[in-house]
Design a protein around this ligand. Sequence first.
Ligand code: GDP
Ligand code: MG
Length: 763
Amino acid sequence: MKTFRFVKFYRKLVKHGQLRRYCNNADAKSKTEIEKIRNIGILAHIDAGKTTTTERMLFYSGTIRSMGEVHHGNTVTDYMEQERQRGITITSAAVSFPWHGSQINLIDTPGHIDFTMEVEQSLAVLDGAVVVLDASAGVEAQTLTVWRQAAGYRVPRLLYLNKMDRSDADVQRCVRSVQDRLHAQPVLLHLPVVHEDRLIGLIDLVTREEIIWTHGRGQSYTRRKLTERDGKRFEETLSNHRQLVDTLSSLDDTLADTIIQQESLDNLKSEEIDQAIRRCTIDMKAFPILCGSSYKNIGVQTLMDAVVSYLPSPLECNRLYKTFGSDLSARAFKVQHDDQGGVLTFLRLYSGELCKGQRIYNLAKEQSEQTGAVYVALADEYQPVEKVTAGNIAVVSALKTTMTGDLVTSTQAAASRAKTQLATLLKDPQQVEQLMLPSARLRLQNLEAEPTSEELASVLLGIGTTIPDPVFLCSIEPPSAAYQPALETALAELQREDPSLRVSTDEESGQIVLAGMGELHLEIIKERIIREYKIEVELGPLQIAYRESLVGRGRHSMAVDRKIGSARQMIKLTLSALTERGVAAHKVLKLDKSPESAANLAHLHPRCLATIKQGVATALLHGPKLGCPMLDVQVTLHWFEVGRGTSDSVIAATVVQCLRKVFEQAESVLLEPVMSVQVVSPESHSARVLADLGRRRALVQHITIRHHNKVIDCLAPLSELLGYSSTLRSLSSGLASFTMEFHSHQQMSPHDEEEAVRRVTGF
Ligand code: GDP
Ligand code: MG
């Protein structure tokens, strides 16, 4: 009992010490405090061991007293009930814990492909990431996806080869797969130590020490420098150590200089090597590879050491937000509805501080609102604090307009100050190059003209991030009409948590329609409504989110001249449309530049143009075939005349009517979502799996062999993949697995299209 109380007291002390770090005042002091922060995420292919590794980190940092296991369903980060049942991580929760004088803020990114939106949002606020690989599988399909995303946000990464306890774990094969599939420069820092077929420790290739875990739950371990007396193990370590130094010195000039001065590869201090690794990691010239087995409690502490040693502090990145100076700048990366706390918004602070009851200004929504209580997330609880400072994660209650992805500051004045300053900075092309993220570059490609430096500033600050297109639709029904308002509220709340969920109302049937990223995505929304909002909803059959496009071109003129009330409404216009692959939303409407049209359109009032654009956007929402949104359509305005006093709504309605005619003339086609699928199947079952994929209109791209498995990469229409997981299970006696992600929308064959139309309309 006594020891228990002591432990509790000690935990309080630790937490108190931790708390001080979130709310520091003195500037000089807070700078050194910020240097000690690591905002990281753990990214992985499903089942690589993300949850297990997180749980071990919390345990060894003293934040939790007992270790949960995924298969017991009692881990801290998988706290939502469905997650416990399914054994997967869906919601990204932030957790903070101390490690050897530093503080690690861990943002738990969801591992399932249906939730890429959340993965992206959390990546945007990370300073570094640990990519977990299953050492027996190496780089897997989803490793590639998260790797690409992390590269898009320029997040420095460490690789952790988990499951080194497995007999089929293979370090060298993993290193090769990092080179070949991720096209990244690996630097191997560990080798396993195996004794009587059991993993007992690691060799640290930087220090040339052997680390052996002695305690059952892995709390204690010993380090011992290897010497010549260790024979083969020493030789192997030395040669790998030299290779490590050799690789590093080819990437890092400072280390190369040191080696030249010392005239030897073997006399480097460990700190010198560590610093070179740190520089290379932060510059993303190289990616350190660590080993371990989280489940067997080996290598987790060394992984945390590496996070602190090699990944950047908030001061070393996020230059973009320096333009906010000492004003608050923070990004919301998660909105959550909590039974006690109500709406909780997770904010990553880049600069300034956030107090409870403070007014904040949302740059995306151009609105102010007031924070309620402010908390920090310590493993299993939210601890209320007065304020949270730069570099940290704040959990804020009572925000109503701020959604996942939004950037906030203190006031509107602070927002325009920062934007102006950033715009000035961006006049220098070199700065643009340095501050540009590949993800922002993608958005810029969609802009019509060369962006002004103000536009550039908005894009770089990620104001209005893009949400991926949904691929599935289904209707949702409350048990009775009395539940309709409650359902609408629930959906509005869920949508704020997860902007990739779209909610709309079918004009004809009045039904609420959900659109999402996958079967599981919508299924989980349903379960949450039933469990958290106590509304027994039913989902309609799952439908594919088709798109429509045009085959040919069409052109139509329309004239309206009539009296509505006392006002005369007069419009004459000519519009045409044709297919233009990849046309960006901003560029959909073009003005005819031929002399005759140009002379007419020169008088077009900007307000009319805006109204016409609105009409075009409305018309494109519903294609002529199945009423699906239209894609890859370019509209040109050739002629426009309008009488005085004609209302905007009449202009917009005429544009819509005219375009309907144009689309009819041009003839339309259905586009279906095509997924890129990877199936891993034992060779013994692969023939059946392949035959089945053939029936699903899959286009096999390549097949590789891994162990006794065939890895099949293919493209397949989403409509053929409904319920694929259960089919695959029965085809392979549960031995095969698959992952998929959205690839593109593609035109269907006339036969398939007919089939799809029949499925949707019933005839
Ligand atoms: P996540 O999907 O990435 O979160 O992975 P989990 O942590 O849920 O782990 C998936 C499965 O792998 C679970 O059954 C774990 O017990 C198991 N696992 C995790 N780490 C290890 C490890 O180091 N060795 C072995 N053999 N199994 C592990
Ligand atoms: Mg998990």
